[in-house]
Design a protein around this ligand. Structure first.
Ligand SMILES: *[C@@H]1O[C@H](CO)[C@@H](O)[C@H](O)[C@H]1NC(C)=O
Ligand SMILES: *[C@@H]1O[C@H](CO)[C@@H](O)[C@H](O)[C@H]1NC(C)=O
Ligand SMILES: *[C@@H]1O[C@H](CO)[C@@H](O)[C@H](O)[C@H]1NC(C)=O
Ligand SMILES: *[C@@H]1O[C@H](CO)[C@@H](O)[C@H](O)[C@H]1NC(C)=O
Ligand SMILES: *[C@@H]1O[C@H](CO)[C@@H](O)[C@H](O)[C@H]1NC(C)=O
Length: 484
């Protein structure tokens, strides 16, 4: 015993020396890091340093004089007084002699969040007086890498009502404009002089991700064509690497870590955003990953298309309009806790069923229902614990899911949407709608499921609106968490 104690204290002495040395080293590196990052950020905040006098987009403070958002510098003026065919095209297509687009070709994150980001950028399009491109959708994302037009998920008519001042165009319509412009250019420029210039493009990466700076930084950036793989499909009509086709300026914005947290900070930030992106370029391409709203006002969720709404209604009808909606996102659960979790769920369900007289349950989950792939792109490690938990639940109750109730059957079987159903996809929207309309809604507690989920939150918010604003008496609660 004594020996052990001695050894221990010797060890400790040794440890102490070692610790002191280590602490010194840590302190040294921290100081070094601090100095480096100080200069790094100081320097970046003053950017772009290269052509500072030239730059109207200085970022340090909110500028006092904003350039009017409307001034469209007309670069194409046919002095012959002949009608300029490009202007004619633009008038037909955009209602004015120069077309200006905002094309956010990646929105980051899955549908619930991407839906929010799309609304934020629509607000930006309005402020910039630009046409908003309806990027494609698929696999629970919004972006030009996806395979289906925007209205595969959303109701574009209702979106237009929500944003009456914006012209929206689909990717297909955008391609049409590119094609027409290209034709005109070929004809006009063949006469030896360059009447129609290349496309003018500003490509901007807008991120709030990883090690965010204290204050928002906006600066020129090097071209990075790897990132643009979702734009390859527009080639050769829009080819960023071909200077005869397009003149591209690259910039990036790293959003400050607290700049989107409050209404007040977003008020300031959004002024800055509008200011720096008020430019003459015809096409503003944005690659975004933001996670938060950009503007002080948060617009209502973009409505889903009628087909999905009808599928949700059909499911409700099949469940005799009376069911408990369960959202169980198994991702980030502790697998070893799952046997207890499922027991807790079963007990809670029994209590609610008895008390409220509800007989049916509907399970919305990221557990694979159709194939072995999970229904969330970030949930990959499915263990025996996961399988056992779902099996136990399935042996206790009749589990209804979008699969068992034949949801989305028409497109599931048409052979064109197979991939959409392998991982996360349109079925997530259906699940969300079915849970929003459930008589009782429960979700998992910490440890049993992903607790902080924008999906769950969106359901709870909508239910709260339905109860408070629409006075819907069929909804018996907003959200409960079952107990362990
Ligand atoms: C502004 O910068 C551009 C290149 O970025 C340069 O061609 C131009 O001459 C500059 N103009 C002035 C007024 O410095
Ligand atoms: C922008 O332009 C439209 C039409 O050209 C005009 O009606 C509107 O008043 C302008 N807005 C501003 C802020 O100048
Ligand atoms: C072209 O420029 C002239 C003067 O340079 C101007 O008077 C005319 O309105 C312009 N035309 C168009 C279509 O912008
Ligand atoms: C651009 O056009 C010019 C003149 O037509 C030609 O000489 C040049 O090779 C072209 N550049 C590219 C990258 O295609
Ligand atoms: C529940 O069990 C039935 C058969 O007993 C099976 O067809 C169904 O796929 C199971 N449900 C889930 C969610 O595993």
């Amino acid at each position: 015993m004594a020996k052990l104690k001695l050894d221990f204290s010797q060890n400790k002495l040794f440890e102490n020396q070692k610790t002191r040395k280590t602490s010194f080293l840590i302190c040294f590196f921290l100081l070094l890091w601090y100095i480096i990052s100080f200069f790094y950020y100081e320097q970046e905040e003053l950017l772009p340093a290269k052509n500072e006098e030239n730059n109207t987009e200085s970022l340090i403070a909110i500028p006092i004089t904003l350039p009017p958002a409307n001034t469209t510098v007309n670069t194409i003026n046919d002095t012959d007084n002949n009608k300029n065919p490009l202007q004619e095209l633009n008038k037909k297509y955009c209602g004015r002699s120069i077309c200006k687009f905002l094309f956010v070709y990646t929105h980051g994150e899955q549908e619930t969040k991407a839906n929010l980001h799309f609304r934020s950028f629509s607000q930006l399009a309005e402020k910039l007086n630009r046409i908003m491109i309806l990027a494609n959708v698929g696999l629970s994302r919004i972006g030009s890498c996806e395979n289906f037009p925007f209205d595969f998920y959303y109701n574009t008519n209702l979106l237009q009502k929500e944003f009456p001042n914006i012209i929206f165009k689909s990717e297909e319509e955008f391609i049409f404009w590119l094609k027409e412009r290209d034709q005109i250019k070929k004809i006009m420029n063949s006469k030896d002089n360059e009447v129609i210039p290349p496309l003018s493009i500003l490509h901007s990466d807008i991120k709030r991700f990883g090690r965010t700076p204290l204050k928002t930084i906006y600066k020129d950036a090097r071209p990075n064509f790897n990132k643009n793989r979702c734009l390859l499909k527009f080639e050769p009509l829009m080819k960023l690497t071909d200077s005869n086709n397009s003149q591209v300026r690259y910039t990036k914005m790293d959003i400050g870590r607290n700049d989107l947290n409050t209404v007040k900070s977003r008020t300031e930030f959004s002024k800055l955003l509008v200011n720096v992106l008020t430019t003459d370029e015809e096409i503003l391409l944005v690659n975004s990953y933001i996670g938060r709203p950009l503007f002080p006002e948060i617009m209502p969720v973009i409505p889903y298309n009628d087909y999905i709404l009808n599928e949700a209604q059909k499911i409700k009808d099949k469940l005799s309009s009376s069911y408990i909606g369960i959202h169980w996102r198994l991702e980030r659960s502790e697998p070893k806790l799952l046997p207890k979790c499922v027991q807790g769920l079963i007990e809670t369900l029994n209590i609610i069923m008895k008390k409220e007289g509800i007989k049916n349950i509907y399970l919305a989950t990221d557990y694979p229902l159709l194939s072995s792939r999970s229904q969330s792109s970030t949930f990959r490690q499915i263990t025996q614990y996961h399988h056992d938990a779902i099996r136990t639940l399935n042996e206790t109750f009749k589990i209804n899911t979008w699969v068992s109730l034949g949801g989305l059957e028409q497109i599931r079987k048409d052979g064109k949407h197979d991939k959409e159903f392998i991982g996360p996809g349109i079925q997530g929207i259906l699940d969300k709608l079915v849970c929003m309309n459930s008589n009782y809604f429960i979700s998992g507690p910490k440890g049993c499921s992903r607790f902080v989920s924008s999906f769950t939150k969106a359901i709870a918010e909508e239910r709260s609106n339905m109860i408070n604003l629409e006075n819907n008496h069929d909804l018996l609660n907003i959200i409960d968490r079952w107990e362990l």
